[in-house]
Write a protein that binds this ligand. Structure first.
Ligand code: THU
Length: 162
């Protein structure tokens, strides 16, 4: 038996002003996208903005449904839209912002497990890491250099071929 340690590194910024200008702009687009969420059941609004290598920015927000599991998270709304409309473009960065409408959240909220799995698929498909930035409505921003940093031992397409 051997033991292996899985480690990852994150960067924590005090607030959005510490980010480079382009990333600040992307995060602002995520905050804009958040306002368009349809979340009457949870009242938890999430925005996502993706920067593609062709310069386009794709925005998404969570879209809920009276049949709860039929709703979709902001990150997957955005990433699937990008995949459907720009299948040959690489996704370079994702900025995510999330807060309940009831209480102004200032904590960075990371993507859920299902979104991690979906984003991981795109990293593998494009063979290029995606930078992930996430925050609440204000306050600290967390940066990951790759989705793989928060989904070690991911299930990947290569396992289907074993
Ligand atoms: N949600 C997202 O949009 N992204 C996540 O990563 C976590 C959760 C949404 C789904 C649902 O509409 C609401 O937040 C509460 O779970």
């Amino acid at each position: 038996m051997i033991k292996k340690q899985l480690t990852s590194e994150i960067e924590i910024y005090d607030d959005i002003s510490e980010l480079d200008k382009d990333t600040q702009e992307l995060m602002k687009k995520s905050l804009e996208a958040r306002k368009k969420a349809y979340a009457p059941y949870s009242n938890f609004l999430v925005g996502a903005a993706l920067l593609l290598d062709n310069g386009e920015v794709v925005k998404g927000s969570n879209q809920e449904n009276a049949s709860y599991p039929s709703g979709l998270c902001a990150e997957r709304t955005a990433i699937y839209w990008a995949g459907a409309n720009y299948p040959d473009s690489k996704i370079l960065k994702i900025a995510i912002s999330a807060s309940s409408v009831k209480k102004k959240n200032d904590q960075p909220i990371p993507p859920c497990g299902a979104c991690r799995q979906a984003i991981a698929e795109y990293e593998q498909k494009q063979n290029h890491a995606i930078e992930i930035y996430f925050m609440g409505l204000e306050g600290k921003v967390v940066k990951l250099n790759s989705l793989a940093d928060i989904l070690p031992l991911a299930f990947e397409s290569k396992y289907l071929e074993l």
